[in-house]
Ligand binder design. Structure first.
Ligand SMILES: NC(=O)c1ccc[n+]([C@@H]2O[C@H](COP(=O)([O-])OP(=O)(O)OC[C@H]3O[C@@H](n4cnc5c(N)ncnc54)[C@H](O)[C@@H]3O)[C@@H](O)[C@H]2O)c1
Length: 374
């Protein structure tokens, strides 16, 4: 069976490609080698035996070429950033997904499965519970609270702190351009899939970690930033108070999840959270990175800055995917160890650290709470 992997030069796509080849599938990759993800051109890890097409998911002719002889599609190519060029998110992520279904239907292609990459970002904020069990799924915290360093959500009735809960697939409250575009991909996959009998699956990935994550973007998050900080002997910067909870999942567990939904028909027309199944505070994760890099004595800086738009706590409930027999097997420490090995194998990375941080500063995403020097 030939499988098309859009975004196959990227982090999740390339690892999924390796596993597909290992299991005997033929693979076509379509990837536009976007900057800043691929600052140094086509990555050397792309296996020679894949059919590689350099092209954009919005390019009809390239997509017709890429879909030739294909029986399954992984759609990973996406625009991911914090930039306010709203239309580009929908242009690439939503229109790109629509085009895949359009071509399958129009050309009556024998595609038996489409797996689209969604994101935990679709959930928006996490789910919270009050002491009496009342559940909340709030929107973003108001700037007035953040400016005052009031990080936690409060029960409006009692003013007590709400406790985070695992977030199931049924919660969706996309709050930014990226999340909205990813939500549209999920909805399209499930609606077009059902309507035209194209078995489809949407995967809501949590924060995925491991080697091959681009060094040049900011959305690759805490693992990249903390690792680079310790690698370059700088104290990492933690936003808010570092007590915010996150959910990290190792790339190899993600690959197993991707293969699971390809090969198991029970996954058809479903959407799954794909997370690590364990909550880490950002502080805790930072100390794991410090330990892996042997820099325990270099304490992080926690000056009270916040990033506008960040969620307070989010952890995905992965019981639905577990019910199919998948289980996350690796810890955040495993991921950081692998990332360290990858980082240390690079030869020309001196420019990395400032590149993404400078972009964030320019966007005014990072802001101080009152009385804090930014
Ligand atoms: N990595 C994560 O933590 C994470 C979390 C949630 C969701 N996701 C989703 O998983 C998917 C893969 O993410 P990743 O981490 O591998 O990202 P990545 O940036 O490493 O890979 C994406 C690939 O898509 C390619 N691409 C981008 N725009 C394209 C276009 N218009 N046409 C063709 N190719 C294009 C890029 O060149 C890149 O190789 C994305 O859809 C992303 O939204 C990732």
């Amino acid at each position: 069976m030939r499988v098309l992997v859009t975004g196959g030069a990227g982090f999740i796509g390339s690892h999924t490609t390796d596993e597909l080849l290992r299991r005997g599938y033929d693979v076509t990759i379509l990837d536009s080698l976007e900057k800043p993800v691929h600052m140094k051109g086509k990555p050397s890890y792309i296996p020679a035996k894949v059919k590689f097409i350099e092209g954009d998911v919005r390019d009809r002719e390239k997509m017709i070429e890429a879909l030739d002889g294909v029986e399954a599609v992984y759609h990973f190519a996406a625009y991911q950033d914090y930039l306010p060029d709203f239309s580009k998110f929908f242009w690439i992520n939503s229109v790109g997904t629509a085009l895949i279904y359009e071509l399958i239907v129009e050309k009556k292609l024998p595609v038996k499965k489409v797996v689209v990459a969604s994101s935990q970002a679709v959930a928006g904020e996490g789910r919270y519970a009050a002491k009496d069990g009342t559940l909340y799924h709030p929107e973003l915290r108001p700037v007035s609270a953040l400016d005052n360093g009031q990080w936690e959500f409060l029960d409006p009735r009692t003013i007590e702190i709400l406790k985070w809960q695992p977030t199931p697939e049924t919660d969706a409250k996309p709050l930014n351009q990226y999340a909205l575009s990813k939500y549209s991909q999920e909805l399209m996959a499930l609606a077009f899939g059902k309507r035209y009998d194209i078995p489809s699956v949407a995967m809501r990935f949590s924060i995925v970690q491991g080697p091959r994550q681009s060094f040049y973007n900011n959305y690759s998050g805490a693992c990249r930033i903390f690792s680079l900080s310790y690698f370059f002997d700088r104290a990492p910067l933690i936003y808010e108070d570092g007590e915010q909870v996150r959910d990290f999942v190792n790339i190899h567990d993600v690959v197993q999840a991707n293969l699971k939904v390809l090969e198991d028909d029970r996954a058809n027309y479903e959407m799954f959270n794909v997370g690590g199944g364990r909550a880490y505070t950002v502080k805790e994760f930072c100390s794991i990175v410090a330990k892996v890099f042997g820099k325990d004595s270099l304490d992080p800086r926690i000056p009270g800055l916040y990033r506008f738009g960040d969620t307070r706590h989010i952890i995905s409930d992965v019981s639905k995917l577990k019910a199919l027999g998948w289980n996350p097997t690796r810890t955040a420490e495993d991921s950081v160890k692998e990332y360290r090995e990858y980082l240390e194998a690079q030869t020309d990375i001196d420019d990395i650290m400032d590149f993404a941080e400078q972009r964030m500063q320019n966007l005014n995403v990072v802001r101080p709470a009152k009385g804090v020097q930014s």
